[in-house]
Design a protein around this ligand. Structure first.
Ligand code: XMP
Length: 323
């Protein structure tokens, strides 16, 4: 007889028992799973938990603030934010290859996280022996059901941590599916924007700029992405769409006309998809009026963008992301 209340109670008791008077740390990614896992552990052990949020500068508009302000306000969690934007941009300078970008982002993430972790361990206080992970039931099944040590699948986790960690894992969501995790999050009082968030890749906007990642391009893409999200939400389409990558073709230019002048700007790609599990996907048949509004607003409001195009490819053969 499954209820969110009983899941929370059971987990809180189990976590208290497991941790005792020692300490735990948890990486927050801005996504649903790590947020709910952290909130549960916070409920169980309060200030014995410290969360770490690495701001790599590749987040979407408002997302870092959501973690820093709204999540903290809702949970009272102790949070260490590391502003690492400059470091990530420096490491990514001159790099266009998608896998190379992923490697760099993953590598830098681990370095920054480890440093934050070392600082927390060095603080006064009981031993830090636990690491909280937002592992869900499908992840458990996928990885063969193993437990106990920090061996995290690397592909879909920028939070993917080094394998030589000495921590014991706390995985309070191991028996849950995504929709159940959202219910638990809601019950714990987390902000709607976090609980209902669609999937977003760990490497963030870094893999949604086709070409080199620069601060200027990120700012431009952030604006375009925020407009698309705003309009999709206003049209009530969030639940019909699995996710909608907004992609900047930074190395492509096309001719346009705006006001009384010729422009030579970049295209923005909209990639709305429907899917059950991201393994396969179909392109979403969005209403034309919504597409028109997004297009008009992006070309009017985002400097250097003079064209908006729609990706009408299923997966396979296309992937959901462009990189
Ligand atoms: P693709 O593009 O492979 O994406 O069809 C499938 C799902 O995975 C997400 N994705 C990632 N998530 N790190 C992540 O954490 C990554 O490197 C990554 N690449 C793709 C993508 O957003 C989609 O939900």
């Amino acid at each position: 007889n499954w209820t969110t209340g009983s899941v929370i109670e059971e987990q809180v008791a189990a976590i208290r028992e497991q941790v005792g008077d020692r300490r735990a740390i948890c990486g927050l990614s801005g996504g649903v799973d790590s947020a709910v896992a952290a909130a549960l552990v916070q409920k169980a052990i309060g200030s014995q938990l410290t969360c770490v949020y690495v701001d790599h500068g590749l987040m979407r508009k408002g997302e870092t603030e959501q973690v820093e302000k709204d999540f903290v306000a809702a949970t009272g969690v102790q949070l260490k934010v590391v502003d690492a934007e400059e470091r990530f941009l420096k490491a990514l300078a001159g790099v266009s290859d998608p896998e190379e970008k992923r490697k760099i982002i993953g590598r830098e993430f681990i370095r920054v996280f480890e440093q934050a972790q070392a600082e927390i361990i060095a603080d006064e206080g009981p031993a830090v022996e636990f690491l909280v992970q937002g592992t869900l039931y499908p992840d458990v099944v996928e990885s063969g059901g193993g437990t106990g040590t920090a061996n995290i699948k690397s592909h879909h986790n920028v939070g993917g941590l080094p394998e030589d960690l000495e921590f014991q894992l706390i995985e309070p969501l191991r028996k849950l599916f995504k929709d159940e995790v959202r219910m638990v999050g809601q019950e714990l009082g987390l902000p709607e924007e976090i609980v209902q968030r669609q999937p977003f890749p760990g490497p963030g906007l870094g893999i949604r700029i086709v070409g080199e990642v620069t601060k200027e391009r990120l700012d431009l893409l952030r604006e375009a992405d925020a407009i698309a999200r705003e309009e999709l939400t206003a049209a009530g389409l969030d639940r019909d769409i699995w996710q909608c990558p907004v992609v900047l073709l930074a190395d492509v230019r096309s001719v346009g006309v705006q006001g009384d002048g010729r422009t030579y700007g970049h295209p923005i790609v909209l990639r709305p998809v429907s899917s059950e599990d991201a393994m396969t996907a179909d392109w979403s048949r969005l209403p034309y009026e919504v597409l028109a509004r997004i297009s008009t607003r992006i070309t009017n409001e985002v400097k250097d963008v003079n064209r908006v195009v729609l990706d009408v490819t299923s997966k396979p053969p296309g992937t959901i992301e462009w990189e």
